[in-house]
Design a protein. Structure first.
Length: 342
């Protein structure tokens, strides 16, 4: 177990009463550490005195841990003993994967980063919003490359109505002013995570937030002018200290973003539909053809956006198809494989 010479407080690493309340007398000799990186056969963490190379017991499955997790370890050896319960957890189901992939844990605010160009895709942002809602994280949409367009308003208008009350900010990810714009969510002890496509400016934002110099800055890659597609720069998830006293989790661009186990997240995203559904004549109304459908009536009156209803239907169907179903008598339930179900 190796540590650096500088000292920070547990609170600045994101330690809260939620985690402290999980400790008991038997844990007195153990030290709390926060997971900084997760690899197939090793994990690193951070402590008030610096970075730690965790010692893993035989049979430890690192895929069960996420960057941002709090764990308890032996003070001298760094032997991992147990993980504390999570306050929030961002995860996604990969194509063909049996279990969800863990992205980041114990995050307060999720910065959904996109750029003011062809990369901006409202339907994709809605997927990120769904995952953030389901995880219990506060989503903020961050529009980068605002300095490269004559008017940010058209891009802001595309995303401002995607979720009721969601915050939207526009900035130049390479400017020092970006840290000031994001300061309301980056206070001492707060944890934020950066998600978005490759090349939209996540690494640039990390460098600005963490006030990194040229020697230790994250590599950055631009979006190609020909097709607005980004080049991959971040290759793994990692935890970093922010100059303001917060922590930031950087993530690589995700090509696929499947929705599963996210019914509550979808309800929060599509509030205008969720609020109308109880007024439909039939409880199991699909909002497509049933008589007495409140959603269809609102569409006819022009009160809700037809494209939003289409995207809600697509995501709801996807969530239903990808969410495993528990069946059988209580105490002896089995999980049915995912797949399209009526």
């Amino acid at each position: 177990m190796t540590t650096a010479s500088h000292h920070v407080s547990l609170a600045s690493l994101g330690w809260q009463d939620f985690f402290a309340d999980q400790l008991d007398a038997a844990d007195a000799a153990l030290v709390p550490l926060r997971i900084a990186t997760v690899h197939r056969a090793r994990m690193t963490a951070v402590s008030p005195t610096g970075p730690v190379r965790l010692m893993l017991a035989p049979g430890t499955n690192t895929s069960e841990y996420a960057v941002g997790d709090w764990v308890l370890a032996e003070a001298g050896s760094g032997l991992l003993i147990r993980r504390l319960d999570r306050k929030t957890l961002l995860k996604r189901r990969t194509e063909g994967g049996r279990v969800p992939q863990l992205i980041a844990a114990n995050v307060d605010t999720l910065f959904i980063v996109t750029s003011c160009n062809e990369d901006l895709n409202p339907a994709r942002i809605e997927r990120y919003l769904t995952l953030a809602n389901e995880a219990g994280m506060n989503p903020v949409i961050v529009l980068t490359k605002a300095d490269r367009v004559p008017d940010v308003a058209p891009y802001r208008d595309q995303v401002a109505g995607l979720q009721r009350g969601v915050d939207v900010v526009a900035l130049d990810a390479t400017s020092a002013q970006a840290a000031q714009v994001l300061a309301p969510w980056c206070g001492l002890g707060q944890t934020v995570a950066l998600v978005g496509s490759s090349g939209v400016g996540k690494s640039s934002l990390l460098n600005v937030l963490a006030d990194k110099g040229e020697d230790d800055a994250q590599l950055t890659g631009s979006v190609r002018d020909s097709d607005a597609k980004g080049r991959h720069t971040t290759t793994s998830r990692s935890l970093h200290a922010i100059a303001s006293g917060a922590q930031v989790i950087d993530t690589p661009g995700m090509r696929s973003l499947n929705i599963s186990d996210a019914a509550a997240g979808l309800e929060q995203l599509f509030t205008e539909i969720t609020e109308l559904a109880p007024h439909c004549r039939f409880r199991d109304c699909t909002h497509t053809h049933e008589p007495g459908c409140a959603v269809q009536a609102a569409l006819a009156r022009g009160e809700i956006d037809a494209s939003r209803v289409d995207r809600w239907r697509k995501l709801a169907d996807e969530n239903r198809a990808n969410t495993p179903v528990q069946t059988g008598p209580r105490g002896n339930r089995t999980t049915l494989p995912t797949g399209r179900r009526r």
